[in-house]
Design a protein around this ligand. Sequence first.
Ligand SMILES: *Cc1c(COP(=O)(O)O)cnc(C)c1O
Length: 408
Amino acid sequence: MEDRLIYFDNNDTTPLLDPVVTAMLPFFTKAFGNPASLHQLGLEAEEAVNEARATISGLIGAKPEELIFTGSATEANNLAILGAAANASSKRRHLITSKIEHNAVINPIKRLEKDGFRVTWLDVDPEGFVNSEDLKKAITPETFLVSIVHGNHEIGTVQDIKALGMICREAGVLFHTDAAQSFSKVPLNVTNDLVDLASFNAHKLHGPKGIGALYVRGGVHLKKIMEGAPQEFNMRPGTENVPGIIGFAAAAKLAFETLSRDSAHMSAVRDHLIEQLLQIPHTRLNGPRGNRRLPTNADITFKYIEGEAILMHLSMRGVAVSSGSACSSKNLTPSNVLTSIGLKHEDAHGSIRFSFSKLNTIEETDIAAKKVIEVVELLRSMTAFVPEKHSETEGSGEVFYKKKKEEL
Ligand SMILES: *Cc1c(COP(=O)(O)O)cnc(C)c1O
């Protein structure tokens, strides 16, 4: 049992559940039809897609015709942002976002910035929350879109989406939220929460990779970003990923059936691990506590050592985690999320994200915590940067750290 992998990287992706695989299988084999075909096989595929669309839209308080299937949450974000920009009048060339977005929002917005759009990048507070007053003040008559991530992928901050939505609705500005991480973990009702556009995917909730969706509120117009045949209400060309869509709906349905029980369980797993890890000297929790944090996420800074090294040593011991966000872990720029909540570069580099699914257990956190302690002690024994005393004296620790660095 020592050899079983402890998978604490569920904010990156999750394993498929058996019933999801079972639901998908016939659509790879017998029911392989193209939903655009007019014969029986095609009609069956079309019907299955329609049913999946009704299932998923129902879970977020939307109408089926308001849901466009895409290849990923990344594509949904691109369609929302680039599609809204392409449709905006020439007088509305301003958009607002936050400094803690996922690359799948940052980079389409950076492209618009290069193309001459003006962008306001809102600061967040030390727990990662966007301030509603800041948002209100940033909106001008030129603003056409606000895009704020619902549940943060690195530090788990869950924004008060309705408060932000209300400000946008009152100002007549489109409001988009990237809900890839929060979907089926915390409640979201696009109608009540006054959201105009929302991005989702399946692989963060035990569904397949390569399938996502964009909610587009009825009456909101986007310009499509790819040209082709008129699939997905003429908004997203390309033959539908039928097995993916079926798997997405099956996974979402399963997740919502036990949402409150699973959320409580994952929160307990999360908090149990946080409690144990914060007993290690020179650590800090990034992001808020309690129900303003995703139940799936714990992000901890281990000062004076490298996150990458912790990750590799944990991997060798059968624990899978992530250092910062997976997408930024392959380069040396520290995570935009961690620096935006005030972490110094070296502390951002010493941060590890533990992320959970309903399949994880309290027992796993006990085993993992022991291994983390072992690894942190090992790595710190090899560095000269750790202050002697193990009381968390930030000030003297930092002076020690800097001094040692200068000596080298
Ligand atoms: C995972 C993730 C994405 C990207 O989703 P893909 O479907 O893999 O493209 C976008 N935004 C957030 C917040 C995510 O966590």
